[in-house]
Design a protein around this ligand. Sequence first.
Ligand SMILES: Nc1nc2c(c(=O)[nH]1)N[C@H]1C(S)=C(S)[C@@H](COP(=O)(O)O)O[C@H]1N2
Ligand SMILES: [Mo]
Length: 507
Amino acid sequence: MTTTSPSRGQRVAGAFSGLLAGGAGVLAGEGLAQLLDVTGPVVAVGNRAVDLTPRPVKEWAIETFGQADKAVLLGGVVLTLVVLLLALGWVGARHRAVALGGITLLVAIAALAMVLDPAQGGGAPAVAASVAGMLVVGIGGLAWLLSSLLVRTGEGAGLDRRRFLLATSSVAALGAAGGATRTLGGSTPGDGLDLPAPAMPAEPVPDGVSFDVDGLTAHVTPTQDFYRVDTALQVPAVAAGSHVLRITGMVDEPLELTMGDLLSRELVERRITLTCVSNQVGGDLLGTATWIGIPVRELLAEAGVQPGADAVRSVSTDGYTAGTPLDVLTDDREALLAVGMNGGPLPAEHGYPLRMVTPGLYGYVSATKWLTELEVTRFADFTAYWTDRGYAAKAPIKLSSRIDVPGSFAQLEAGEVTVAGVAWAQTVGIERVQVRADEGEWQDAELGVEDSDQTWRAWRWTWSAEPGSHRLEVRATDRAGQTQTSRREPIAPDGSTGWHSVTVTVS
Ligand SMILES: Nc1nc2c(c(=O)[nH]1)N[C@H]1C(S)=C(S)[C@@H](COP(=O)(O)O)O[C@H]1N2
Ligand SMILES: [Mo]
């Protein structure tokens, strides 16, 4: 064997080989995963990264990147991979075994991430096939490419151009085939669930529920503007045709209900304001939709809840879990198993074909999307996705209010200024909203007509603004007589508190 070290050109060709073979391997794995209905390697690695991320980093990411946090994470996974592959190929131009060992390790990490992913429709054989694709194309391709870099020529080791070109085009073709399969088979949204008209349609929205103020939140949030929070990197594509809800655990008779079974029941329709525990003071992680569904308590009664149970553990197709107090699911607030949102079937992002909607509790303990199982159990006997990460097991929505207009740092003209926003105390109801400027006297705001105690309530106040910089604050009082505390609490472990304020300049 020659000991000549590789030329710069060979190093570059090596780095290129690493990227090409590794990239083609990933695409082959992605294509096979798509065909066989399992989570692909990139998303699987991303999902494990989400699960392993410490809570403060997660909170920072949600805060910094907002709804783009997933794109940022997947971008990070891909970028890391690109850098590793380039480096492996560069090293591989001299030390082939190191590069092949390195890429084998990367495939092993992807394989482990895929095995650990809960959303595995195709099961273990499908995961194995996808991993085999990565092995053959990624490792085989790299070995082939590198071997054509280091053939012996008259002047020592050199590049066999013909062989390198053949290897390059073959590996690229395999990668392209995988990529095309992945793209063409991508995103399977709703498979067309036929939503019957609800037996009990929602009451019409009362007149005077809101005010005609520019910038004030609409009473019913349009579906495309509805906030979204979920841990899965890829929206689960669930086929309603084969979807089953199981009611298990401490029940007399476990039930297995198809979507057909559920839709043949009397559907009720109601407006409910859903709220996320991650909503900061003044934040917008809440929204009101018209939900169509089946009362959870009817199904629990049919299954026959046994004495001693105090919780329902809900499970999603993506492995997400939540724990909801049994008494909340059986009382008069009438929590729903929702099949519809704002007049149509649930959109994929909001849980198609089936999710929970529970008035009065933060979503993370009560609004499981892509719902597959309700297990009647005891809080003492399980933990769930967010309680494993330090959030509270029980989490009623905290009384809160928000100033929608004027916005922070608005520049206003002196004179009468309309200040308006929303306040919420789901299942209790809003009694009063007060506003003050520059820590003056609290002034009562005018309230919109109440829709129900399960929705937010609009408010408005007219302020005589004088030139200068001013701070406006809002606080609400609920129908139980409780007034919002000024104490600032963070979102963890059970929801933020404090008064929302905006600073404005009047000229
Ligand atoms: N399967 C699943 N369901 C889930 C979540 C999730 O991450 N996975 N997030 C929960 C949280 S934290 C909230 S606030 C609500 C948000 O519902 P939305 O995305 O429809 O607004 O869904 C809940 N249901
Ligand atoms: Mo949430």
